[in-house]
Design a protein. Sequence first.
Lengths: 120, 166
Amino acid sequence: MTLMTGEERLSETFAALANSTRRAILARLADGEANVNELAEPFDLTLPAISKHIKVLERAGLVARGQRAQYRPCTLDAARLEEISAWAEQYRPVWEARFDRMNDYLTQLRPQRKTDKRDD
Amino acid sequence: MTDDNVSRDAVVIERNFDASADLVWQMWTQPEHFKAWYGPTGATVPVAKMDVRVGGTRLVCMKMETPGGPMQMWFTGEYREVVENKRLVYTESMSDEDGNVLSPSAMGMPEGHPTTTEVTVELEDVGGRTKMVMTHAGIPAGSPGAAGWEMALDKLAAHVEGQSRR
């Protein structure tokens, strides 16, 4: 099925999201870019611990980091989020292919309108 | 539900078929017809049990050949609306062969996948042809974990939509 390839990538993303601190970090970034110090503020965690969470989010493609040496602000990477929030879109090609087949099947049935059994 | 929710959590497909609404209805409600097109690609449907009445259950098996041998997936659900030749609504969940619902994560699906989805088929006769609108939507699972998830994602999704409108 077409679900398979996207599925693995999604698992990786969801694993990164399966942590309340990381989700809170993302929610904060939804309001705008922030550096590690700013992101650490609401948490009772060390900066290295926060940095570790950010790295996981980065690897999962959920967060991008700027290149300015000292500041390196984090921003939300919207593309991957769009992908996971639109789980239903994975099914679109499956349904489209089904209805192509339904159309072909209806065309086959057209000459003789009775219900012939086709078990395949 | 807002329109944004609909577009994010549902697939809507419209098709026109050169066939009567009665025949298109049979495609969905008669097992022998259903098996002929449901697939998906590379898969067959060896089992399709359909008790097409409100509250009636359905059980569908999809079988596909994989490098590791044949693989079967079972789906169960319940008919919610049955208006012959016009409107069909049923739920769908992954299950075992006895129709016991399995969680998507137990089946190796990502966590965000809803346990139960709902398929709505609307048929309209257009001069002997049939317009079909199929909506496949997720139903929020309602578990505490899922609720927290939803809240987190709502905020993020709002941000994503803001970006795509730029």
